[in-house]
Design a protein around this ligand. Structure first.
Ligand code: NAP
Length: 251
C-alpha cells in the first residue's frame, strides 16, 4: 500500500460502503469530501470519525441527480483540499423486489436517474477535474457497480441490475478515454453486503437471508468492499485500469 496522502470525493458517504471507504481513507491520513443526500447527522458523524482516524473531511449535501449539486460538491472539495486525486462514484439506490412486468415508469425513471445519469454526470465532472489537475502521479476514479450487473437479478430488480450494467460499460469506456491523462478508471462489483440499502427497499433481513446462500455462506461487510475501493484508489494498483473487481464472496 502506498503511503501517498490523497484527497478524494465520495458520493453517498454518510452510510454503508461510502462511509466505510471514508473511514479507511481517514486512517491513511487522506482528505475526504463526504457527499450525502438527506442524512446530515450521519454525514457529520462520518466527518468526525475521519478526523478522529487521522484524516481531514468535509460534509457536502447534494444529489447526484442534479448537475448543479455535482459541480458544487467538486468545487467544495477542491476549495477544502486544494486538488482531488480520486473520486468514488458510489451513491446508488434499489427499490422493492418485483418482476419487471410490475414496475411503474416512475420507478424505472428514478432508478435510471440516480444510478445511471447520476453516475455519468459525476464521472464527467470527475474527468474534467482530474484532467485539469493532471500531474506526475496517476489519479483514479472508482465506480461502485454491483454483481447484479452479471446476474440480472430476476424477480428482484432487473432495473437495478441493468443500471449497474450501464455503470460497468461507463467505467470501461471512460478508462480508455482517460488513460492518456494518467487517470485510471475501474469499478468494484459488490455482492450481498450488509448495509441499510436493503431496508430502504423494504427487506431489512435480505443481506442475511441471501448472504447465507452465497459460496462463503455470509453477506460481506462494507469494510470489505472499502478495502477493494481503497486499493483501486491507491498507487498500489498503478497498472490496473478498465477492470471490474468482484467483491462478492464467490458469487
Ligand atoms: P446505503 O447504505 O443505502 O447508502 C447509500 C448512500 O447514498 C447514502 O450515503 C445516501 O445518502 C446516498 N445517496 C442516495 N441517493 C443519493 C443521491 N441522489 N445523491 C447523493 N447521495 C445519495 O447503500 P450501500 O449499500 O452503501 O450502497 C452503496 C453503493 O454500493 C450503491 O451504488 C449500491 O448500488 C452499491 N452496492 C451495494 C450492495 C449492497 O448489498 N449493499 C451490493 C452491490 C452494490 P443519505 O444517507 O443522505 O440518504
Amino acid at each position: 500500500m502506498s503511503l501517498t496522502t490523497k484527497a478524494i470525493l465520495i458520493t453517498g458517504a454518510s452510510r454503508g460502503i461510502g462511509r466505510a471507504t471514508a473511514l479507511l481513507a481517514g486512517q491513511r491520513g487522506w482528505s475526504v469530501g463526504v457527499n450525502y443526500l438527506n442524512n446530515e447527522a450521519m454525514a457529520a458523524q462520518t466527518v468526525q470519525d475521519v478526523h478522529t482516524a487521522g484524516g481531514r473531511a468535509v460534509a457536502i449535501q447534494g444529489s447526484v441527480t442534479s448537475e448543479q449539486d455535482i459541480i458544487e460538491m467538486f468545487d467544495v472539495s477542491e476549495k477544502s483540499f486544494g486538488k482531488l486525486d480520486g473520486v468514488v462514484v458510489n451513491a446508488g439506490i434499489v427499490a422493492p423486489s418485483m418482476k419487471l412486468v410490475d414496475m411503474s415508469v416512475e420507478r424505472l425513471e428514478n432508478m435510471l436517474k440516480v444510478n445511471v445519469l447520476g453516475a455519468m454526470l459525476c464521472a464527467r465532472e470527475a474527468a474534467k477535474r482530474l484532467i485539469k489537475n493532471e500531474g506526475k502521479d496517476s489519479s483514479s476514479i472508482v465506480f461502485v457497480s454491483s454483481a447484479a450487473s452479471r446476474i440480472g437479478s430476476p424477480f428482484e430488480y432487473i432495473d437495478y441490475a441493468s443500471s449497474k450494467g450501464a455503470v460497468d460499460t461507463l467505467s470501461l469506456g471512460l478508462s480508455k478515454e482517460l488513460v492518456e491523462h494518467n487517470i485510471r478508471v475501474n469499478s468494484v462489483r459488490p455482492g450481498i453486503i450488509a448495509t441499510d440499502i436493503h431496508a430502504s427497499a423494504g427487506r431489512p433481513d435480505r443481506a442475511q437471508e441471501v448472504g447465507s446462500q452465497m459460496p462463503m455462506g455470509r453477506p460481506g461487510t462494507a469494510d470489505e468492499v472499502a478495502e477493494a475501493i481503497m486499493w483501486l484508489l491507491s498507487d498500489a494498483s498503478s497498472y490496473t485500469t478498465g477492470t471490474n473487481l468482484d467483491v462478492a464472496g464467490g458469487r
